[in-house]
Design a protein around this ligand. Structure first.
Ligand SMILES: O=C[C@H](O)COP(=O)(O)O
Length: 350
């Protein structure tokens, strides 16, 4: 990623309560510092630390309050139909089980290709998300359909492997044709303050993504927010990932509790909004893990619109990582169209 000329603003960088942190730098200062960090030829861990620890502090109480308010918004029935279809187009339909088989992946792909048999107006998910060794199976099953294959990589979910193994994992997935790579950060390095290691890892994975035949693979960086302990850490990990060139920042692997939450997603939406203002680069957000109902997913859409803005209401910039959300969305879609649920046999519950 190359930081373009920062958009100039004289408003102070905002913390999540909607107010400003007493020690907050202005957006101009954050922009200048971010540009200096990205442009530095010899970036030290100390420089990264200074930048990340100088970000406005997060008011956790304010964050929870803001998310709670967003979660109570109601939407009109007409908007609900749009919301349900939008959720489908933003879904990375996922299977990430040790017991995944080629048959299971083919069945996931069949569902992605035809989510609602008999209703050609039903949109398709953005991607299917699988382990790297299942990319070939998924690609073959998808054929030329415009659905991406996202592969988890870098020793997902814990990331506990040396860089050589983590990068080899990524190379395998990219060479098999994955259009999207979902990497995990080294939480141990991050939590021990070795930001430079995390930064270098992301850059190395991104370089492999860039080498994909045809289009570069899009890089989603999983923070595993449930292991980061504080909201300030989530904010720092978001900025660190974006500075290193993430196309998306993703909350969770789905293997750690808590996984995606609305407050954490609001915080990450604020980060991408502020990063765009500072650098001119728009990064996407992917909450993943534990989002199972349309009702919850709609709360996330409201947050996207109100926190980051309409520009993020696009699968290019917002995704849901979910294994079973699609089933509920299809049921709700049916209910909206016919006034009744079609019964539990109507959609596959897998
Ligand atoms: O990235 C997606 C998650 O692994 C899926 O989690 P879920 O099964 O809770 O929807």
């Amino acid at each position: 990623m190359t930081a373009t000329s920062p958009a100039r603003s004289t408003t102070p960088a905002r913390s999540t309560s909607g107010g400003t942190h007493p020690a907050a730098r202005t957006a101009d200062q954050v922009a200048a510092d971010a540009t200096a960090v990205v442009g530095s030829a010899d970036l030290s861990n100390r420089a990264l630390r200074t930048f990340l620890h100088g970000l406005p502090g997060v008011d956790q109480v304010g964050l929870d309050g803001r998310a709670a308010v967003l979660g109570t918004r109601s939407i009109k029935t007409t908007s609900k139909a749009w919301a349900l279809d939008t959720i489908i187009t933003m879904t990375d339909l996922t299977t990430l089980e040790g017991a995944d088989t080629p048959g299971r992946v083919r069945s996931l792909v069949a569902k992605a290709l035809t989510p609602e048999p008999g209703d050609p107006s039903c949109p398709r998910p953005a991607a299917v998300c699988v382990y790297g060794d299942m990319v070939t199976v998924a690609k073959q099953a998808l054929g030329s359909a415009p659905i991406n294959v996202a592969a988890v990589a870098t020793a997902f979910p814990a990331g506990r492997a040396g860089r050589t193994a983590r990068l080899a994992d990524t190379t395998d997935a990219v060479e098999a044709g994955a259009e999207e790579i979902d990497m995990v950060i080294d939480r141990g390095a991050f939590l021990s303050g070795d930001y430079r290691k995390v930064y270098d890892d992301i850059i190395a994975v991104r370089e492999i993504c860039q080498q994909r035949a045809g289009e570069p693979a899009h890089l989603k960086v999983i923070l595993e927010t449930g292991e980061l302990a504080t909201a300030d850490n989530v904010c720092r990990a978001s900025w660190l990932s974006m500075l290193a060139g993430a196309d998306f920042i993703k909350t969770s692997t789905g293997k750690v509790s808590p996984a995606a939450t609305l407050p954490v997603t609001v915080l990450m939406l604020e980060a991408v909004r502020d990063f765009l203002a500072a650098t001119g680069v728009q990064v996407g957000v992917k909450p993943a893990g534990g989002i199972r109902t349309s009702k919850d997913a709609i709360k996330y859409l409201v947050a996207v619109n109100e926190v980051a803005g309409e520009a993020w209401l696009d699968p290019e910039f917002f995704r849901f990582g979910a294994s079973s959300l699609l089933n509920d969305v299809l049921l709700q879609r049916q209910k909206l169209a016919t006034g009744a649920y079609s019964g539990p046999d109507y959609v596959t519950i897998d």
